[in-house]
Design a binder for this molecule. Structure first.
Ligand code: PEP
Ligand code: MN
Length: 345
């Protein structure tokens, strides 16, 4: 249930509603809006009887919430969430472009790629220092050294950086270096990691589990918001299906569905979905056409020598082309007034 307060509601009235919610055995969660405050009722085991709250002074409406997720839902918050990292917005209609190698391999490699992608229009640099690899014998990332390289890339280019946290134990360290902390597909339902992310002061990039439904994904995001961190960016990165023409199947229908169900921004990672370079530019164009708020793309200066995910990494000049194409598509959509129909429909 969501209690929408009158615009003129006083602080005393708000406090009294919060206390009444608590006295009834629920948890109140204030949600500031543009004009008025709403109070979400959490921790209810069944339907909440709205009549006793409607009778309280200052309460305008009591709206039943039908979805299992609350804080991430559009029912709780109508306006889009926009996340700002060092002056870069994610969720303002985008597309915000995140690019870089799968893994940080050396300072020279990271800086070369960062400069190239920045020239082409990337806003945020990506690169893994801790890599979740299928084989224990594959390159696992440079760890702390990789995080230090990321800091130097940020210093030199001014671009904020996103990097993955693999486990609870390393969260403090990754959080110190990253501007956005990534939780990968394999950890989407690592609930202790999600709760830790909820205590983090930095935005979280939450990738969709490769076998997760959208409800499960949004419930994972709910864990983070429930602990107090409202800065979550969702990332569709493909789900596992029966096909073998790509590594995963990019589920672009997730974009309008998530936009209808949630106020959180959603970006698309075509690289891990495709697993092969030749599909990355077409899938990026499509993602921007369905109004994803951004893209996260793997780029390498020498993909044939990359220590991970070389076959799906774009050459810098391909990323340059990608940027021109998606900017053209985005501009065209908005000039012609096609934008925003996912939410209003
Ligand atoms: C990544 O972005 O580096 C990554 C490992 O992605 P995913 O978790 O989607 O496989
Ligand atoms: Mn990768």
């Amino acid at each position: 249930m969501l209690l929408v307060m009158h615009k003129e509601a006083t602080d005393e009235q708000i406090d009294s509603v919060m206390s009444t919610v608590t006295e009834n055995g629920y948890t109140p969660h204030p949600i500031p809006g543009g004009e008025r405050l709403s109070i979400g009722i959490l921790n209810n085991k069944g339907p909440v009887d709205g009549s006793k709250f409607l009778a309280l002074k200052g309460v305008k409406e009591a709206i039943p919430v039908t979805r299992p997720y609350k804080l991430v839902s559009r029912e709780f918050k109508g306006e889009d969430t926009v996340i700002t990292v060092s002056g870069v917005n994610i969720g303002n209609g985008g597309p915000t472009l995140i690019a870089g190698p799968c893994a940080i391999e050396s300072e020279a490699q990271a800086l070369t790629i960062a400069e190239r992608v920045q020239e082409s229009g990337a806003h945020i640099f990506r690169g893994g220092a801790f890599k979740p690899r299928t084989s224990p014998y594959s390159f696992q990332g440079l760890g702390l050294e990789g995080l230090e390289i990321l800091s130097r890339v940020r210093e030199k280019t001014g671009m904020p950086v996103v990097t993955e946290v693999l486990d609870y134990e390393n969260f403090d360290m990754v959080e110190q270096y990253a501007d956005i902390v990534q939780i990968g597909t394999r950890n989407m339902q690592n609930f202790s990691l999600l709760r830790r992310a909820g205590l983090c002061k930095k935005p979280i990039l939450l990738k969709r589990g490769f076998a997760a439904t959208i409800d499960e994904w949004l419930m994972a995001a709910e864990y983070i918001l429930a602990e107090g961190n409202a800065q979550v960016v969702l990332c569709e990165r493909g789900v596992r299906t029966f096909v073998n023409h790509s590594r995963n199947t990019l589920d672009l229908s997730a974009v309008p569905v998530v936009k209808r169900e949630s106020h959180l921004p959603i970006i698309v990672d075509p690289s891990h979905a495709a697993g092969r370079r030749d599909q990355v530019i077409p899938l990026s164009r499509a993602a921007v056409a369905v109004e994803a708020d951004g893209l996260m793309v793997e780029v390498h200066n020498a993909p044939e020598k990359a220590l991970s995910d070389g076959p799906q990494s774009l050459y810098p000049e391909q990323f340059h082309l990608l940027c021109r194409q998606v900017q053209a598509i985005h501009g065209n959509l908005h000039e012609n007034g096609f934008g925003g129909d996912a939410v209003s429909a």
